[in-house]
Design a protein around this ligand. Structure first.
Ligand code: PXL
Length: 290
């Protein structure tokens, strides 16, 4: 008998401190029984929310690493990209999807660009323009509200109605991806709640999962969210169940962290909640949105 373990190519940076990107992607997917093959886009002393971080862009190394993987003839069940070290890497990721792509493969692009209305310090409008090209090659994208606004050329507003966001989802799906998931959506008039909205262009259905919002900003939660989505979809879950699992994982992680005195930039204490990823789906609160 040949045992097939699902395998993911994870194209993200490695930030040594702060629980973001590969230090979140690898433990989450490994806990879900999925093999992760990291292709590191950059190495940083910490993610970029800490002042004075040291970063080394790995663009020059990636072609040789990719060539080696081609020689090894590695097959991937999913290709999953996140934070890129430089704008030139967009073409490399597109080439990677072309060269390692197969018809039944999951391609997830988390278009990491910024948060809270601002681009991350390493990025500018050229990265935004190139990211628009990259999402055309994805099946699933997971922008937060800020990233969705940048990708669509909309001004950032902290409050956008669900009716408007449904239109945003359709416009993003028209750029290529079949499933669009917008995270960090504030609830109108309810500062204690936050939600994610998803659109599946195949059956034209919208899904929403809402959870409690605690007033703290933890970098890396977008990476954790998208990683649980990737793991859950690879395990065969439906889009709304994957959303539910990802939202509940983040909500649990935030709750496990919020009472601790450490600095929010250290991220959510995923170590405390990783075992929950092995439990069967327990709470399900997704809603079909008309
Ligand atoms: O979580 C997104 C992320 C990933 N990688 C790096 C970052 C950030 C967000 O701040 O700085 C290096």
């Amino acid at each position: 008998m040949r045992i097939h373990l699902q395998r993911v190519a994870a194209i993200h940076d490695l930030s040594g401190f702060g629980r973001a990107s590969l230090t979140v992607v690898i433990p989450i997917l490994s806990s879900m029984g999925i093999q992760v093959c990291p292709l590191p886009t950059a190495v940083l002393s910490s993610h970029s929310a800490f002042p004075g971080f040291h970063a080394r862009d790995l663009s020059a190394e990636l072609p040789s690493m990719i060539e080696h993987w081609k020689k090894l003839d590695i097959q991937f069940d999913a290709i999953y990209s996140g934070y890129l070290g430089a704008v030139d890497q967009i073409d490399m990721v597109k080439g990677f999807i072309r060269d390692f792509g197969s018809h039944d493969q999951l391609v997830v692009v988390d278009p990491v660009l910024g948060d809270n209305g601002k681009l991350y310090s390493a990025f500018d409008c050229q990265m935004v323009a190139e990211m628009r090209n990259l999402i055309a090659h994805a099946e699933v994208i997971t922008p937060n509200l800020t990233e969705a606004a940048f990708l669509l050329g909309e001004g950032y507003q902290p409050q956008v109605s669900i009716a408007e966001l449904k239109l945003w989802c359709v416009r993003l799906a028209e750029m290529g991806p079949k499933q669009v998931i917008i995270t960090s959506v504030p609830e109108f008039g309810q500062s204690s709640k936050t939600s994610v909205l998803a659109y599946n262009a195949v059956d034209k259905r919208y899904w929403r999962v809402t959870c409690d919002y605690l007033p703290a900003n933890y970098p890396g939660t977008g990476d954790a969210f998208a990683s649980v989505m990737v793991g859950s979809l690879l395990q065969g879950d439906s889009l709304p169940i994957a959303l539910d699992r990802a939202v509940n994982f983040i909500a649990m992680g935030v709750r496990a962290t919020f009472g601790h005195p450490h600095h929010p930039s250290e991220g959510i204490l995923i170590e405390k909640v990783l075992p929950s990823l092995n439990a069967p789906v327990q709470i399900s609160s997704y809603q079909l949105v008309d």
